[in-house]
Design a binder for this molecule. Structure first.
Ligand SMILES: Cc1cc2nc3c(=O)[nH]c(=O)nc-3n(C[C@H](O)[C@H](O)[C@H](O)COP(=O)(O)OP(=O)(O)OC[C@H]3O[C@@H](n4cnc5c(N)ncnc54)[C@H](O)[C@@H]3O)c2cc1C
Length: 488
């Protein structure tokens, strides 16, 4: 039996020692350019990318996060309300396959192998603790309180770059970067989708999206509606019930909750590994199939709400309208009138960059799926069509060729890439495949932009490590003439 070690990080420390130091930075600095790579978002994605860049010898990087501090960054201690991650516990995570830096090694170092074996899925707070450890142990520096507001291209010399309009601790500031990675979360390329009929209720403080901060304590004794049947909707319902809500009604559009069979892409290497090579029509059909099937909650999320007799489930019950009357939201579903004190919309996120403040200025130039692929009428989906059509390095492409070549220096690592790559970028299942691919492309673009310099470095006069005196004594100078024996 394995027991927790006195030094829970011994294995990680030893592994780093055996890995050896990261390569020296090979990316040159250029006057007027602050960063080779700026990563927007210091959650699990931003941290993993920072580590991978370091191991690729790409220096001059920065990671910024709008959150005031580490406890506010990412979803795990803020908007994620489930007890356990939904993804399996054994997927490759931010350690990118260096197992000693992964969740299992971290957990076993603290709780033992048996405790890990006993986990069915990873507890959410343990995952958050692990990510904090990952960042601190690997000394990944995140500049908190630093928000990207706007991106502006600078075509010029010596290399094209981007001007980043930031807000740093409330003050405006401009920094420049050659490459930008949007590791900015589920709404990073769009916005929480709030059905238009709820807008007035949101404005009146009587409704909120699951992606927003919600004062659950204030829901004690209240009658609450939750719209949506994905996991986040059930989790919000659970927290409202645990906070003492008098009743929670969850309204699902679909007629079932249990998962319909939707193939798990990540478990099928033939497609997962080759997704970008699939025809557009196939990728569109897959994305659409997922969207239409809807994401389903794990059984334990259901069990959590089913303990409460005041939880009520409405199937095939879409809301078509709602209105605010005094302190209440009124609606009618299947001819029945309902009156709620508060409504929570678990209605997902859009992936349209024009809905994201920092991207709205460049959105008109970004190639979208609707510009590239015209689905048959029965496969039309305008929301999916608004998502960006990404290149193989997860970069934006130009809507009009030649009009905005700088877009290829903005790389998207958030779920807006779903239609292009087949998994929500940022979720754990994306990390094994997509972070190495991204870093590979960043490396390639940075290298090619300075090719003459790199050629000079690898072909230039490099003094030899030693001279001929080292081996001079062994040099063969020809056989010495035979000498006659001296007569006695
Ligand atoms: C409720 C919920 C449950 C989930 N459960 C799972 C799960 O079980 N398994 C799974 O794999 N995935 C899950 N996900 C998806 C989850 O979002 C990702 O796995 C994970 O959070 C992605 O990490 P990230 O670093 O990409 O994004 P985030 O953790 O969201 O971090 C993004 C960071 O970007 C920062 N940021 C955003 N905009 C700016 C800006 N303009 N300037 C500076 N900083 C900015 C934010 O402050 C934030 O800290 C869940 C998501 C939600 C919302």
């Amino acid at each position: 039996m394995t027991t927790a070690s006195h030094d829970p990080d011994a294995l990680a420390r030893e592994t780093l020692r055996l890995l050896g130091p990261a390569p020296d930075n090979w990316v040159p600095t250029h006057p007027g350019i602050d960063h080779n790579v700026a990563v927007i978002g210091g959650g699990q994605t931003g941290s993993a990318i920072a580590f991978a860049l370091r191991r690729a010898g790409i220096g001059g990087t920065t990671v910024i996060d709008a959150a005031a501090d580490a406890s506010q960054a990412g979803v795990w201690r803020t908007r994620a309300r489930m007890h356990k991650l939904r993804t399996p516990k054994n997927l490759v995570g931010p350690e990118l396959g260096i197992a000693a830096l992964g969740f299992q090694a971290w957990y076993e170092g603290r709780h033992g192998a048996d405790a890990y074996a006993a986990l069915d899925r990873i507890p959410r707070t343990a995952w958050a603790d692990y990510l904090a450890w990952f960042r601190e142990f690997l000394a990944i520096d995140v500049r908190y309180g630093t928000r990207l507001l706007r991106i502006e291209p600078v075509p010029g010399t010596p290399v094209p770059h981007l001007r980043l309009h930031l807000e740093v601790q409330g003050q405006p500031r401009i920094e420049t970067a050659r490459k930008l990675v949007l590791a900015n979360g589920v709404a990073g390329n769009g916005a929480p989708f709030v059905p238009p009929f709820l807008a007035a209720a949101v404005d009146a403080g009587l409704a909120a999206h699951t992606g927003h901060a919600i004062d659950f304590a204030a829901l004690a004794g209240k009658t609450v509606a939750v719209i949506g049947a994905a996991a986040s909707a059930f989790d919000a319902a659970a927290v409202a019930l645990e906070a003492g809500a008098a009743a929670v009604h969850l309204f699902a559009r679909r007629d079932h909750i249990a998962a319909r069979p939707v193939a798990k892409l990540r478990g099928y290497p033939g497609v997962y590994d080759n997704y970008l090579a699939l025809p557009d029509a196939t990728r569109w059909q897959q994305a659409l199939r997922y969207r239409r099937a809807g994401s389903t909650p794990p059984a334990d999320s259901l069990a959590r709400v089913l303990q409460f007799p005041q939880f009520h489930l409405h199937l095939s019950a879409p809301w078509g309208a709602a209105r605010v009357q005094g302190e209440h939201v009124l609606t009618q579903v299947h001819g029945e009138d309902f009156r709620f004190d508060f409504v929570i919309a678990g209605t997902g996120y859009s992936t349209d960059p024009s809905e994201r403040a920092e991207l709205a200025g460049i959105a008109p130039q970004v190639l979208r799926w609707r510009d590239r692929f015209a689905p048959p009428a029965d496969q039309r989906d305008d929301a999916l069509g608004a998502s960006p059509y990404l290149g193989a390095g997860l970069e934006y492409l130009e809507k009009t060729p030649g009009s905005a070549p700088w877009l290829r220096h903005i790389h998207v690592y958030n779920p807006a890439g779903f239609a292009s790559v087949g998994v929500p970028l940022g979720d754990v299942p994306s990390m094994r495949r997509d972070i190495p691919a991204l870093v590979r492309r960043l490396s390639e673009d940075l290298a090619l932009a300075d090719l003459p310099l790199h050629e000079a470095r690898i072909t230039g006069d490099v003094p030899p490590d030693f001279d001929a005196t080292l081996y001079g004594q062994a040099l063969w100078h020809g056989r010495a003439p035979a000498t006659e024996p001296t007569p006695a």
